[in-house]
Design a protein. Sequence first.
Lengths: 410, 218
Amino acid sequence: MNIQQYEPIVGIPVIGQLRRLGERLKGLRVVHVNSTAEGGGVAEILAWMVPLMNDLGLDAHWRVISGTNEFFSVTKAIHNGLQGYSVLLKNRDWDVYQDVNRENVKALKDELEEADIVVIHDPQPAPLLELCTRRRGRWIWRCHIDASHPFRSVWKGLKPFVEKYDASIFSMCQFAQLLPHPQYLIAPSIDPLSEKNIDLDDHELDAVREQFDLNPGVPVLVQISRFDRFKDPVGVIEAYRMVKKMTPVQLVLAGGGATDDPEGKEVLDAVMEAAEGDPDIHVELLPPAAHRTVNALQRIADIVVQKSTREGFGLTVTEGLWKGKPVIGGDAGGIRLQVVDYHTGFLVMTPEGAANRIRFLLHHREQCRRMGRTGRELVREYYLLTRHLREYLTLMYALVGQKTEHTVMV
Amino acid sequence: MNPFDIMDCSLLIRMSGLPPAYNLRELRDRIAVCGPDVLYHHFCETPLSPTFEYPDHRNDFAVWATRRLSDKILAERLGAVDPYACPSMEGLREVVLEVIDERLSEVTMIPWARPGHEFYFMEATTLVFDSGERVRALRELPDAIGRMSNGSIYFHFLEAQRRQPVGMDDFSNWIRGFGKTGAPYVEALRRIDFYFYTLRELREELVRVLEPLRGKRS
């Protein structure tokens, strides 16, 4: 994997800029830490970011902490709490949270303490900072979660672990919390050359159509997401049923489970129950490696749906836009940055709203195509990994040099 | 003639530390006390920010007024404020406060944003670095601009307006050193109404305007 491969997609100037930034950070030792090697947006980001940082001259590494089922239940509760869901965490839960990090630090301590930059992703590995007492580099807490209205007791419990960092990164300004260090804003991105986003030929699309028993003559709605209550898959089924009363349509709800998400099964059961008896609703729990299937489903879709009620950034929206599809998105989190009414899709708040917009788009095909083109260019400009990488490199330069003034001449 | 040094820049956005504004009165009060970099960010750095490319207005205050306060009158007035016509950020601040005060005197109820749609005040650090590339002759300039990153276009055409000589972009400043040969191009660049262009569009427009230079000997 190298940065040159992206030149035909983003252009010479973008690649040249990254190379120049890389030259100035040559040899910088960077360690990213998260809690899952596959499944979910964070692992997908790190899978390209680390090799590309290395290609640009940095010395970047990715480490994954391991944990017990109990640990992941606790961190899932923290995750839900940050997203505003009312959860009860007892002292013992916070002990489990710290104990697992204490176990993990044994293997990571030397590497983390020696690194120039350590990026800790999400709450799971956050306690590592205070366990690395001889750290010499700059530590960044990267919060990928919509923490705009955290459940107070959860934020109160987590804050002592994250406030000691040198900086934090949030995907959107709405997610930032009051912390005693600079809070930077870096939106995530997608990799246009990954299995999930690379161009596919028609044969592959036909095979997936067949696999999902989709009728090629009937419009397809697709929501790709984990089976998570905040993604509102049951609300999508409600919207689909309203549309189907008026016009033929098929619905695909597909998504993987992540190793750090024990709630998925519960939500999947609720979705199966809601979908029961309708052969045009296709619910599929995909394995983590089913990236090409996801890619094909998004390309097969007439409309991509992401009706989240809470959302970090919504990379599935970015993926849908990149494939030239209009997106019906929940009016939440980073979906608001990407879905602009009448330009790239529609923001909705209810199943009724989603149903109305779906019907409108199904009957205005030229508008669908125009939105698709606009969405793809929006992603090319702002939400591909090259922009993301540039902002990380800029942040690293600023942090290492301790620069906060408006204009820094390098 | 000295060569034109192509610089590049990258923007790093961060929270300003000011509390968000929930209504127009709070927006006014925060604008009155925010740092100049905050104003500059919301007026001038929007082309480099990862937001939708074609909003109705090019500054964040006008976009918020229209989308979140549903106050189109205020949005149109704020949208007409040209930050590049103001001599300084303090001058810009006065103009913006005047627009908001006028609107506050007209409305019977202060417009509020729905929860989750507050205005967040941000600022940025701009990392500027030498690209290592040089333009040595006028005829090389159109091609060089065509290859420039968005960061270079922003730095040399928009950010330059704030630097000495104030109100002039770096390309014009360099071209005018060629005397009569360059004069028509300085004038053509001055006529570009750049405020509503995305950086990609601006680059295309610069190349188009300077295209005839390809045939020049100097």
